[in-house]
Design a protein around this ligand. Structure first.
Ligand code: 3PG
Length: 402
C-alpha cells in the first residue's frame, strides 16, 4: 500500500476545541520486575496528547498493555503516572462502565482522561472486520460520547482490533502526530526510495526478517543486505563457512532457519553480506577472530572490527538505509562495539535512514547515540515489519479518506 499523508485527515484538518476526542495511543511498554519502564512510546504519545489538550480538546485515551495471560498484562495505573511527567491527566480503572462514561461526560475543555487497558475487554482483540467491530458493545458504548477519533498508534495498526478499526467506522477519524511521522518516514524508505538502498539486518530472531529479505531481493529493492547478530550467524552456516554442532542440529527452529537461509541465498546470495570476523568471549573478555577459525562451541556475541568497517563503507555509499536488530549483545559493554559502530555510521552518513524494532532504538539510547535529522526511529515492531512487506495495515486502511 502506497499511502500519502493527503489520504488522511491530520490534526491540522480536525477542529478539536471543545470536542471529545477518542485518542488511540500505544504506550505498551517493557516491564521489569513489575515496573513499567519509561520509554519513547510514553514520551512521544504524551506530546500529541499535550497538543490536543492545549487546543482545548477533551481527550480520552484508549491504550493497551501486553496481552491477556502474559506476566506483563496489567492495569494502566503506572502508565498514567509516567504520562503525568509530561501532561496532566486523570486515570480511571474502567473502560465502558458507568464510572468511565461519567468521567468522560464530566471532562472539561483541555482535560485528559486515560481509560483502563482496553485488552481487558474480551471484545477488543477478537479477529473481526472493522464493520463487525463497529457493532461491539465497546465501540457502541463510547462512540456516542465522542466527536472525533484520532489514532496515533502506528505500532498497533497491524491489528484489526476494536479500538483500532471499530471507532473510525462511526466517528470522524484522523491520524495523530506520531502516526504522521511514522507514515511519512516509512513511505520514504519503502515507496519513495532513493537508491542505492541497503538493509542492515540483525537481532536474535532470524525468522523475523526472512520474509523481508526474500521480498526485497525478489522486488530488486536492495543493493545489498548486511547481516549481523544471529541473522549473520545463520547465513554463515548457510554458506557453509561455519559448521553446526550437535546441539544446533537437534534444534528444530535452527534447522528450519538454516533451510530458509539457504533458499534465500539462492534468490539473491550475491547481495547478502556476512560478517568476516566476529567477537567471542575468552576468559570474560572480548576477542575478535576471523569467522573461518571459529569453533562450533564458541558463541558469537558481536561482529568484529573488520566487518564493522566494511559495513560502514557500504552505509556511506547508500542513499537509503533500513536497519533492524542490533549487531550483537549490545547490553554488555564488551559486545556493544559493532552495534555502536553501525549506528554511528548511520548518523554520519548522508543516507536517509529508518531504524526499526524496539531493540535497535533501545541500543541507540543505551549507547548514547543521538538521532540524526535524516534518521527516523520507528516505535513499532510488528507493524513496522508488515509495512516493509508492503502489506496493508487494517488500522491505516480504515483511516483513509474515501
Ligand atoms: C507492540 O508492542 O508492537 C504493539 O503494542 C502491539 O502489541 P501486540 O503485538 O501485543 O499486538
Amino acid at each position: 500500500m502506497d499511502e500519502k499523508l493527503s489520504d488522511f485527515l491530520t490534526m491540522d484538518d480536525l477542529e478539536v476545541a471543545g470536542k471529545t476526542v477518542l485518542f488511540r495511543a500505544d504506550i505498551n511498554s517493557v516491564v521489569i520486575n513489575g515496573k513499567v519502564q519509561m520509554k519513547e512510546r510514553i514520551e512521544e504519545n504524551a506530546k500529541t496528547i499535550r497538543e490536543l489538550s492545549d487546543k482545548k480538546a477533551k481527550v480520552v485515551i484508549l491504550a493497551h498493555q501486553s496481552r491477556a495471560g502474559c506476566a506483563d498484562f496489567m492495569t494502566l495505573e503506572q502508565h498514567a503516572q509516567l504520562l503525568r511527567n509530561f501532561v496532566d491527566l486523570q486515570y480511571i480503572d474502567d473502560i465502558i462502565g458507568p464510572a468511565a462514561r461519567d468521567a468522560i461526560k464530566k471532562l472539561q475543555d483541555g482535560e485528559v482522561l486515560l481509560l483502563e487497558n482496553v485488552r481487558m475487554l474480551a471484545e477488543e482483540t477478537l479477529t473481526k472486520s472493522p464493520e463487525e467491530h463497529a457493532q461491539s458493545i465497546f465501540v457502541r458504548t463510547l462512540s456516542p460520547l465522542a466527536d472525533i477519533y484520532i489514532n496515533d498508534a502506528f505500532s498497533v495498526a497491524h491489528r484489526s482490533h476494536a479500538s483500532v478499526v471499530g471507532f473510525p467506522m462511526l466517528l470522524d477519524a484522523g491520524i495523530g502526530r506520531l502516526m504522521e511521522k511514522e507514515l511519512a518516514s516509512l513511505r520514504r524508505s519503502v515507496h519513495n526510495i532513493k537508491r542505492p538502498c541497503i538493509y542492515v539486518l540483525g537481532g536474535v530472531k532470524p525468522e523475523e526478517v526472512f520474509d523481508i529479505m526474500e521480498f526485497t531481493l525478489r522486488r530488486k529493492k536492495v543493493a545489498s543486505i548486511l547481516t549481523t547478530g544471529n541473522v549473520g550467524t545463520i547465513f554463515l552456516y548457510a554458506r557453509g563457512i561455519i559448521e553446526p554442532g550437535e546441539e544446533e542440529k537437534a534444534d528444530k527452529q535452527f534447522m528450519e532457519n538454516l533451510a530458509r537461509a539457504k533458499r534465500i541465498l539462492k534468490i539473491g546470495g550475491d547481495k547478502i553480506m556476512c560478517p568476516e570476523d566476529v567477537a567471542v568471549e575468552i576468559c570474560g573478555k572480548r576477542e575478535e577472530i576471523p569467522v573461518d577459525v571459529l569453533k562450533p562451541e564458541q558463541e558469537i556475541y558481536d561482529i568484529g572490527e573488520r566487518t564493522s568497517k566494511r559495513y560502514a563503507e557500504e552505509i556511506k555509499e547508500a542513499k537509503t538505509v533500513v536497519m533492524k536488530g542490533p549487531a550483537g549483545l549490545y547490553e554488555n559493554e564488551e559486545f556493544s562495539k559493532g552495534t555502536g559502530e553501525l549506528l554511528r555510521a548511520l548518523s554520519t552518513s548522508e543516507a536517509y535512514s529508518l531504524i526499526g524494532g524496539g531493540h535497535t532504538s533501545a541500543a541507540m539510547s543505551t549507547l548514547g547515540i543521538k538521532k540524526a535529522a535524516h534518521t527516523h526511529v520507528s516505535l513499532a515492531g510488528g507493524a513496522f515489519l508488515q509495512y516493509l512487506l508492503e502489506k496493508g495495515l487494517p488500522g491505516i486502511e480504515v483511516l483513509k479518506r474515501h
